[in-house]
Design a protein around this ligand. Structure first.
Ligand SMILES: [Zn+2]
Length: 479
């Protein structure tokens, strides 16, 4: 049951578009007594970056030499996944280390709710100087994501930054300025969020032509369509370009563009006093569907691998280089891993686990399975063999089963051919759902009068569309 038009409707960022005083990262505030081992933390999140388009994940094009170098210096998690393949839900989960049933994220509250401790607030309480530079309107201060940050810069709001490339460079420049100004006497937590390679795929030169190879001229012909199914969205269709390969090459061009920015940051970090005592995590909020399952240049409507698999590299000062871990890793694990690495106590009710042991080269069996959910109330779980996806219908949940060992593309529903495996996976999913409901019963009591998402204003629509977003709620396309 696909929707005619995929949406960024969850962008309902009411109030996120007004003017307000912006707090740019400035000099380190007066020192407070810090707990923990004093290591700094740098978190880089690259929006919409699917793992398999990076060199360290085996991609054929040289999209990511600098990210690859960062991965080789530390640990690459080969099986890392988001628990929610859309920006808002994913980042709430990553920054709280909690599932929605604990952090309260839902369609009625599509935001980071204030009752949650966050990675930033926990580190701030531990004496850290905390700063963020983010380039995605979903992550607006009004949506709660600034909690715990001493400064929170939202580049998408800055009129002087005319293009995506300008905003991207501003994130890096701001990050570099922060690193240079950082006091050696007080640890910091710096979070940088790049919106690229989120659509539209419009890399600046030379990356607009960097990958126009034979593959870029191949793939099926795409006709312009009104939504994300069956072709290229009409507002992003490029005259004379109707091959899937062309658009995938431009997506890759955007990755290469961000990769350069990561390189600039790494150089600045290495040259700074903080270089040797910084825990670094690079990951993404979700992947991107590049035509798989007839879903083009978007993410979050389904729970297939392209939207869920993300890169995750972790570098810790005392860690080993060149580690490749095959345990199941989740963006839920970012918070416990970072707090473990800097020896700061966890807040309660974290759903993730620390992956620090892996970065020291101590291999473990890891968890048996992972779960994912989305804005359409789909729910999935997978182990190293099977994946089950539950989709709500008028007649109740409908289940599909995929054998990932023989069908990594998850294209053949084997639920009828393998009834025993279906039943085993369905039971796991139901147990998860029941446990979630039990947690929701407690969490709802905390929601109280928390703000809720409401409809986008015409001004908000205009702003988002000027940034290249396609929002069904704005265009009048029924979801
Ligand atoms: Zn995103």
């Amino acid at each position: 049951m696909k929707r005619a038009a995929a949406t960024l409707a969850i962008l309902a960022a009411v109030g996120a578009f007004g003017c307000r005083e912006r707090r740019a990262p400035g000099p380190t505030p007066p020192a407070a007594a810090a707990s923990g081992n004093g290591h700094n933390v740098l978190l880089i999140t690259i929006d919409t970056l699917r793992a398999d388009h990076l060199g360290i994940y085996g991609y054929r094009r040289p999209t990511s030499p600098r990210i690859d170098a960062l991965g080789r210096a530390g640990t690459v998690f080969e099986r890392a996944y988001t628990a929610w393949p859309k920006t808002r839900g994913s980042m709430v989960i990553m920054l709280t280390g909690r599932r929605p049933s604990r952090n309260g994220y839902s369609k009625t509250h599509p935001m980071l709710l204030g009752f949650n401790p966050t990675l930033a607030s926990v580190l701030k309480d531990a004496g850290y100087h905390t700063a963020a530079l983010v380039d995605n309107p979903n992550l607006a201060t009004q949506n709660g994501y600034a909690k715990g940050f001493d400064s929170y810069r939202e580049t998408w709001e800055e009129g002087s930054l005319a293009t995506e490339a300008d905003r991207m460079r501003a994130i890096t420049d701001g990050g570099i300025a922060f690193l240079r100004a950082a006091s050696p006497d007080r640890p910091f937590f710096l979070w940088l969020h790049y919106v690229n390679p989120h659509a539209p795929y419009t890399p600046p030169a030379p990356f607009d032509r960097a990958f126009l190879d034979a593959a870029a001229g191949g793939g099926p012909r795409l006709k312009p369509v009104a939504g994300f199914h069956g072709g290229v969205h009409k507002v992003w269709a490029v005259r004379g370009q109707d091959r899937l390969g062309y658009y995938a090459a431009q997506y890759d061009g955007e990755i290469a563009t961000v990769d350069q920015e990561v390189g600039r940051l790494m150089e600045a970090l290495r040259a700074s006093a903080a270089g040797k005592k910084t825990v670094m995590v690079l990951t993404s909020d979700h992947g991107e569907s590049l035509g798989e399952h007839d879903y083009y240049f978007d993410h979050g409507e389904d729970l297939f691998e392209p939207s869920l698999a993300v890169p995750l590299t972790v570098l810790v000062p005392s860690g080993k280089a060149g580690v490749r871990s095959r345990v199941f890793a989740s963006t839920l694990d970012v918070m416990p891993t970072v707090l473990d690495a800097v020896k700061v106590s966890y807040p309660p009710e974290l759903a993730g686990i620390s992956l620090l042991g892996e970065t020291m080269g101590k291999t473990s069996a890891g968890r048996e399975r992972l779960f994912a959910q989305n804005d359409r109330n789909l729910v999935a779980t997978w182990d190293h063999r099977f994946k089950i996806v539950g989709s709500p219908t008028d007649e109740g949940m409908r289940y599909a089963l995929y054998d990932r060992a023989t069908d990594p593309g998850e294209t053949r529903d084997v639920s009828k051919a393998r009834p025993a495996d279906l039943e085993a996976q369905r039971r796991v999913l139901e147990t998860f759902t029941v446990a979630s409901e039990r947690e929701w019963a407690q969490t709802r009591r905390l929601l109280g009068n928390a703000p809720t998402g409401t409809k986008l204003s015409p001004e908000a629509c205009q702003k988002l569309e000027s940034l290249g977003y396609v929002v069904a709620e704005c265009s009048g396309v029924s979801p």
